[in-house]
Design a protein around this ligand. Structure first.
Ligand code: NIG
Ligand code: FE
Length: 412
């Protein structure tokens, strides 16, 4: 099956050379071709270029993209989209003045979601989760990472990971699974964190690895959750099973989690709302991608990751949704692009690089997705007629997407 997209007003994020990610000043460079064509063969990008170089050819399908743009789909490298129910009542409590941490201390928060998930059947959890996955694909997400971490028991963590596995089997978007058993200390272990860490290391991790249920592992390294020492122990244990870290750090406090991530060669360190100069220094010249989650900052009214300072210091940055019921109940990457521009002062070029090539790197998918490159999957967004790609962050809340193609197939 050959599909030709022709007369594309601008083809965005075109990369001939193989790059892993962009950083510093290069984040402000977004390579594009105006008046372009794109050729998709059997779900893979086969060719692209300027319309003036298009040779006459027989395509099975020709799509005239006059006035419209094409970009690679968004790469959402941090989500918790497998969850049960919602936490709308906590949201109302926060409106009335309680903080996220106060709600968690009262037994709400992650433990509230864990209770709901433990009581939900695997089939029902799958049904709830697939609705969210389908919704974010329609919003332009074409590769996604999903974490466990609302199970907090051996059975329920495995249940979550099996649901992620089933999503992988039934959908063609690339999905990466992350084991986040160390998301919170469950109430049964309230005064025995050590017991829970032991359970994770000695019982849950070996099962996750043996059943090949995760590519990555995560720890919520934060005051009141897991210390740097706990984090290092858990990462060390996971490394033995070949699980690469992608960790939650510096959401509320800078306690050394960034340095622990770098030490354990984390693929990414995520959140980073609180960043000291030392944290920024620690990330320089490493292969660890910093990931900012502006949806969480928006929803919890906490600081935004200091993107400007980090990019100006030469770092790369990826952006993701953190889609979860407590701190960011939205998987809309279009909002993320916009919030990054409006609230974090990222240019449209920087924001688009952060949600495409850098997002792909943050989940180990940079060879498959994240740019318009021959040989990569044809996971692409066809925009509505727009004047420039800067209109995407500008028109916040109004996605400029006309259609989404996954492996060359139109969705919906
Ligand atoms: O990334 N901070 C830790 N975990 C999630 C939120 C979990 C929740 O509130 O349910 C996050 O923000
Ligand atoms: Fe998260």
């Amino acid at each position: 099956m050959i599909t030709l997209f022709k007369n594309i007003k601008e083809l965005i994020q075109v990369r001939n050379e193989t790059i892993s990610f962009v950083s510093g000043k290069n984040m402000n460079v977004l390579p594009t071709i105006k008046n372009a064509y794109l050729l998709v063969e059997n779900g893979i990008i086969a060719d692209f270029g300027s319309m003036s170089n298009l040779k006459s050819m027989d395509a099975d399908e020709v799509i005239d993209a006059t006035g419209k743009m094409i970009l690679p789909t968004w790469c959402d490298s941090h989500t918790h989209l497998v969850y049960s129910g919602n936490r709308e009542s906590e949201f109302v409590d926060r409106i009335k003045g309680l903080s996220y941490q106060e709600i968690a201390n009262k037994g709400g928060g992650i433990l509230n979601s864990a209770k709901k998930l433990q009581e939900t059947s695997e089939d029902n959890l799958y049904e709830q989760s697939k609705v969210r996955l389908e919704e974010v694909i329609r919003l332009g997400t074409g590769a996604i990472e999903i974490k466990s971490g609302y199970g907090l028991t051996l059975e329920s963590e495995l249940k979550m990971l099996r649901v992620i596995k089933r999503l992988k089997e039934n959908y063609t978007v690339p999905i990466k699974a992350t084991f986040l058993g160390a998301h919170a200390v469950p109430s049964e272990f309230k005064n025995n964190k050590e017991g829970y860490i032991k359970l994770l290391i000695e019982e849950v991790l070996p099962q996750v690895a043996q059943q090949k249920l995760a590519e990555y592992m995560d720890v919520f390294c934060e005051k009141g959750y897991f210390s740097v020492e706990d984090t290092e122990r858990i990462l060390q244990a996971g490394k033995k099973y070949g699980l690469t870290p992608k960790i939650h750090v510096n959401q509320f406090n800078s306690i050394g989690g960034v340095q622990a991530g770098v030490k354990y060669k984390a693929l990414s360190v995520d959140h980073l709302e609180e960043m000291t100069n030392e944290d920024i220094e620690a990330l320089k010249n490493t292969k660890t991608m910093p990931v900012a989650l502006p949806g969480c900052s928006y929803f919890l009214s906490i600081p935004y990751t200091p993107a400007r300072k980090m990019i100006d210091a030469g770092l790369p940055l990826a952006l993701a949704t953190d889609y979860n019921p407590g701190s960011s109940p939205s998987g809309n990457m279009n909002f993320v692009v916009s919030a990054a521009s409006v609230k974090m002062k990222m240019t449209p070029e920087e924001a688009i690089n952060a949600v495409t090539i850098n997002g792909a790197y943050a989940m180990g998918l940079e060879k498959e997705v994240g740019s318009i490159t021959v040989g990569k999957r044809a996971n692409i967004i066809l925009t509505k007629p727009i004047n420039s790609y800067g209109f995407i962050p500008y028109s916040f809340g109004n996605p400029q997407i006309e259609s989404v193609y996954i492996s060359g197939k139109k969705i919906g």
